[in-house]
Structures are given as C-alpha cells and as structure tokens.
Write a protein that binds this ligand. Structure first.
Ligand code: FES
Length: 253
C-alpha cells in the first residue's frame, strides 16, 4: 500500500464494531431486518445503468456533465436498521458506510456549511473511500484515508487525506485532487435527501470508480472477510457508523 516511508501516527478506537449489516460482512439472520427493503429496493433500481443526470445529485453544481452510474437505492441507517436523521450527524466527523457493494467503503461528511451538498444546510456529501492512487481504503484493522478538519504537516484543513502517499482531496469541491499522486478525484456518492423525514439515501456513483481494481487488488483479503460476497450489491439499507468505531487504527499524518 505504501510506496515510501513517512512518519504516521495512529488514532486508536476502543473497539472494532460488528453488526448485522452487510457492510460488516455478516449474512443470514442478522440481516433479516433488511431483507424486505432490500428486495423492494433491488426491484425498483436499475443497478449499474448509466444515466446522464439526476436532479437530486448533490454534486451536480461542481461536477455537472460527469455521468452518474445509478446503483440500487440504499437508505443510510443506524445499527438497528433505522434511517439516520441527517441533522444528527456531527460536523467534521468521519462516518463510514458501504456502497454500492458490501465491501466498498464510503465516507459520509457534514462540512457544517453550505457546500452544495444535501441536508437542511446543504452541507452533507459522501465519497468512495478508495484512494485513486493505490487504492488504500478503511479496513477494520487500519485506515490510511480519512477526513481531517485541521491542517497538518502534509495538508490543509478540511480535506480528505490519504496518509499512504499523501494524496489530498477537497470534499468541498467534489473531492478533486489538490495535492499528491492521486490521478483522479474520489468517486462521489450521489445522495438523495428526504427533507420531510430528514433521511438520506444513496442512489448512485458519480466520477471515476475504483471498484474493479479494488476487487482485483484485494481479492484474497476480501475473500477472507466476506467469503464470496464482497461484490454483492448493498441492499435496502446500509449502516452508517463513525470511522473511529469501524477501524481499530486511523492514520494521522
Ligand atoms: S494510496 Fe497512495 S495516496 Fe492513497
């Protein structure tokens, strides 16, 4: 993962969470709460089909013209499978969920101000957490990529920073690359916001996807963790949790 040695510190989390969500690699009865919603969502979706535009794309303003690939619609939910309230997200906090596949991690961020995202303040965005450089991603044991509120030696504040080789992305501008070797922005997760319910739903991906190279590179590791289910589409709900709960160690750089 790392091409050169750099000083990196780690923020440790108290536990490595596991639940009945598909994104945690669990199957069977533990995901039964989501089965019905999954089927409905699957039938209602046009998985993998390309669409030219989506009116609810939170990134339409910054990435106008970039095609959106629509995947199955998935509600962002808590560990009990209940839709999270968008207004309860803590600003400048790393939240992790899996979309559009059970093994592909994404970051959910509330930047605390209007950046053309979704939510009451249009402050919420989400991006694939697979770095476009060498595909570092948040695994349960460690994450080299995360949002940082404050500036550090290698990055300005309010950036998504991959400590593996110091690629820096701007989440307020469609996660475009602002520093480092990454060749492309992080792929954006298209979110729909239900203002009446204050709920969020992931419906597609916009930008350069890294899913196929990710599945190829980490095939063995993913098979150990997910069996043959890593490529399974996320179904009706996907669990959102703080990155500090999901990862044992988060690189600081
Ligand atoms: S994997 Fe090299 S900067 Fe992220």
């Amino acid at each position: 993962m790392q091409s050169r040695r750099i000083p990196i510190a780690f923020e440790s989390s108290p536990r490595c969470a596991s639940s009945g969500f598909e994104g945690d690699g669990e199957t069977g009865e533990q995901i039964s709460n989501y089965e019905h919603a999954s089927r409905r969502a699957f039938l209602a979706s046009c998985t993998g089909s390309l669409i030219a535009s989506l009116a609810t794309s939170p990134l339409a303003a910054t990435d106008r013209g970039v095609p959106i690939r629509r995947y199955q619609s998935s509600i962002l939910a808590d560990e009990q499978g209940r839709a999270i309230r968008a207004s309860t997200l803590l600003a400048h906090t790393n939240y992790l969920f899996h979309y559009p596949f059970v093994a592909t991690p994404c970051l959910l961020l509330d930047l605390g101000r209007d950046i053309g995202g979704v939510g009451k303040a249009r402050s919420i965005v989400a991006f694939s957490a697979i770095c476009s450089h060498k595909l570092a991603y948040p695994a349960k044991e460690v994450s080299f990529i995360r949002f940082q509120r404050d500036a550090s030696t290698h990055s300005e504040g309010e950036r998504i920073h991959c400590c593996a080789d110091h690629s820096v992305y701007d989440p307020t501008a469609g996660a475009k690359v602002v520093k480092g070797p990454a060749p492309a922005p992080l792929a954006a997760v298209v979110l729909e916001y239900d203002a009446k319910r204050d709920e969020l739903r992931a419906v597609g991906i916009q930008g350069v996807e890294q899913f196929e190279p990710f599945f190829d590179k980490y095939a063995f590791k993913l098979s150990m963790e997910y069996g043959d289910g890593a490529r399974k589409p996320v179904s009706g709900a996907t669990r959102v949790q703080p990155l500090t709960q999901y990862c044992r160690n988060i690189a600081q750089c």
